[in-house]
Design a protein around this ligand. Sequence first.
Ligand code: PDD
Length: 294
Amino acid sequence: MPRDAYVNGRFIPHGQAQVHVEDRGYQFADGVYEVIAVHAGKLVDEEPHLDRLDHSLGSLKIGWPMSRAALKLKMRELLRRNLVREGIVYLQISRGVAPRDHAFPKSKPRPALVMTTRHARAPNRALLDKGAAAITIPDIRWQRCDIKSVSLLPNILGKQQAAEAGAYEAWQVAADGTVTEGTSTNAWIVTKDDKLVTRSLSHAILSGITRLTVLGLAGEEGLKIEERPFTVDEARAAREAFLTSTTSFVLPITTLDGKPVGDGKPGALSMRLRDFYLRYMDAEPAAPEARLSN
Ligand code: PDD
């Protein structure tokens, strides 16, 4: 159970933490967020996450609520208070509190910062052994998916559709038949000739930090990498498929729309990359440079 949340300058018991009814995050989804993994008490890839936060804030012309250094201290203080050594920290910054009006408030309110933590759930061995199911759905999102905005309705609806189909994730498909990304994960395939393929960065996807790290690890291992869009047909014909995210790490996908991917078992390369990633988290590496789109 989380003990405290951080809300606009104060640590408050989680159950009592509240934001103002006219917080623009609440009324307009006018805010951004980050989810950072905590492993062995360390924040995994903290710097690239904060770089992406800066990109999201800058894209929406929302200021930092405090300096980057101060934010790092507050995150650590919250993790310490909540005794989190394995889990996540969630942080959300909205444009602040102002009477409801679509245009940015002239009063220039202070951006509102909320942070919570969660202990990690035990790794689901059964899911790993079997691999995850994914479905495909049309990508109905806006054209700035590179911004990690709290406006997540299409993602929520997609994930719910996946849940109702008994699947773990929904891969969103653009009008041209290419897979953009999952509702909360990046999408990857391994082709029959052993190429690792994931969509190149653009406004069409979130620049996943796990994606970035896995690309780096795969490069170090000398794997063949292609950053380019791939179609649903290619995914169906692929040898392996997997997804990456802060909370799922690297997770093999073994069925797509109910049909097996490859031999229908977690792929060897996917599992190798998962191991590399777990080792990377153990090693407390120097944070790689963030490569953000645009
Ligand atoms: N989701 N794509 C989307 C749309 C996402 O929301 C996420 C992250 C990712 C993977 O990014 P990363 O590797 O930085 O976690 C890709 C977070 C975990 C969430 O919404 O909870």
